[in-house]
Design a protein around this ligand. Structure first.
Ligand SMILES: Nc1ncnc2c1ncn2[C@@H]1O[C@H](COP(=O)(O)OP(=O)(O)OP(=O)(O)O)[C@@H](O)[C@H]1O
Length: 386
């Protein structure tokens, strides 16, 4: 369904970083990362570099570098997001493989609901990834602002996320890091998943068999089988999807607690409760996704993603039309005064001069809000039923 997965991409996991690591302790950071020519070549010959782009604004900062709004010099006015990652910081934090995975995954899948890699290049000390620009910013920002979404809004976003996860699973990739911070919104209100740094490929079967045992992810969204340290497979993404859908509909994840230990305990054994305003179809899909028995979880059977698509919650949507973006999202983020107006991003960054500088990691406003999640009040606590 419009998803292209290159043969090379499936076979080549983890093989993207080549050369010497420089010891990872501040020595020589000059690692050559293998990049596909189709992303690195200039139209008229030669290799792309930072000088081929006009740096317009800083959109945000991640753990390993910053993201800038850019335009290609001499091209049309298409805007891109350029992610800059310092190799030294990646090596120090042992993240080069994750980034190689991210780039590898991006390089080999083109999908309407995944952030696609358009160009890639590197200098001695940095890796640059030029990506689809998502002018609406993070879904997290909108969820925080609007507290919760209508069922119609959550339905279309949920359908788009289902298709994105389905495409990754079809390519044998587990996303593992589904959360509102990793879902970006475009100026039409459609979404794309980003941040493939934690994704794992090479898992077989939709259930837990053959799963990986590496622990990573965000506590609120972790599936019970990850907390229990049992092997896990693609089904962890359907649990996280259930958590996300619940949060979109209710304003907080289902097993949220300010105390992380209590939250873990709740994920493992607390009953699933719903606010009274949720429709029966919404409760039904959430019960299916937030099923602790992996083999009974919606999406874990032989039908895989089709089980989710067939849920009553999606009964008014035609998934071919979702794929073609034929439904108009209920909410369209404001575009600002002009195309390059980064209205939907942290002011702290967007007022910063866009230069190809060395980045020091510090916490963004959004990140601070994330760590201060307890500020959310659960407006419907009094109205919980089961
Ligand atoms: N394709 C994009 N379009 C628009 N903005 C983007 C895009 N990618 C990232 N951003 C912005 O840049 C910020 C930093 O993104 P980045 O992926 O580097 O870090 P992160 O996901 O916040 O953290 P980490 O590096 O720890 O995974 C995001 O919060 C978002 O606001």
């Amino acid at each position: 369904m419009g998803t292209k997965m290159s043969k090379a991409g499936k076979a080549k996991k983890g093989a993207a970083a080549s050369g010497k690591s420089g010891g990872g302790s501040g020595g020589n950071d000059n690692i050559d990362i293998k990049l596909d020519d189709k992303y690195t070549s200039k139209a008229g010959g030669g290799k792309l570099g930072i000088d081929d782009f006009e740096l317009l604004k800083v959109l945000g900062k991640g753990s390993f570098g910053k993201v800038m709004l850019v335009k290609k010099k001499g091209g049309d006015d298409t805007l891109f997001a350029m992610k800059t990652l310092r190799k030294a910081a990646l090596i120090k934090r042992n993240q080069l493989l994750h980034t190689a995975t991210e780039r590898n995954i991006l390089q080999n899948i083109q999908h309407p609901f995944l952030v696609n890699l358009i160009y890639a290049f590197q200098s001695d000390d940095k890796l640059y990834m030029v990506l689809d620009y998502m002018g609406g910013g993070e879904l997290f920002f909108w969820l925080k602002k609007h507290r919760r979404f209508s069922e119609a809004r959550a339905q279309l976003m949920g359908a788009e996320i289902t298709l994105a996860l389905g495409a990754l699973h079809a390519g044998n990739i587990i996303y593992r890091d589904l959360k509102p911070e990793n879902i970006l919104v475009d100026l039409e209100g459609h979404i794309r998943l980003t941040d493939f740094g934690l994704s794992k490929d090479g898992i077989t079967g939709p259930g837990a068999e053959g799963g990986t045992k590496t622990f990573c992810g965000t506590p609120e969204y972790l599936a019970p089988e990850i907390l229990d340290n049992k092997g896990h497979g693609k089904s962890v993404d359907w649990w996280s999807f259930g958590t996300l859908l619940y949060e979109m509909l209710c304003g907080l994840p289902p097993f949220y607690d300010t105390n992380i230990q209590k939250m873990y305990h709740k994920i493992l054994c607390a009953p699933l409760r719903f606010p009274s305003y949720l429709s029966d179809d919404a409760k039904e899909i959430l019960r299916g996704l937030l099923q602790r028995k992996v083999e009974e979880r919606l999406g874990s059977g032989p039908g895989g993603t089709d089980e989710i698509k067939a849920a009553n919650f999606f009964k008014t949507l035609d998934f071919d039309r979702v794929m073609a973006k034929e439904y108009t999202p209920e909410f369209k983020p404001p575009a600002g005064r002009n195309d390059t107006d980064a209205t939907n991003f942290d002011l702290e960054f967007t007022t910063e001069k866009a230069i190809d500088s060395v980045v020091t990691t510090h916490m963004s406003e959004t990140a601070k809000q994330k760590s201060n999640f307890t500020d959310f009040t659960y407006q419907n606590e009094g109205a919980m039923g089961s």
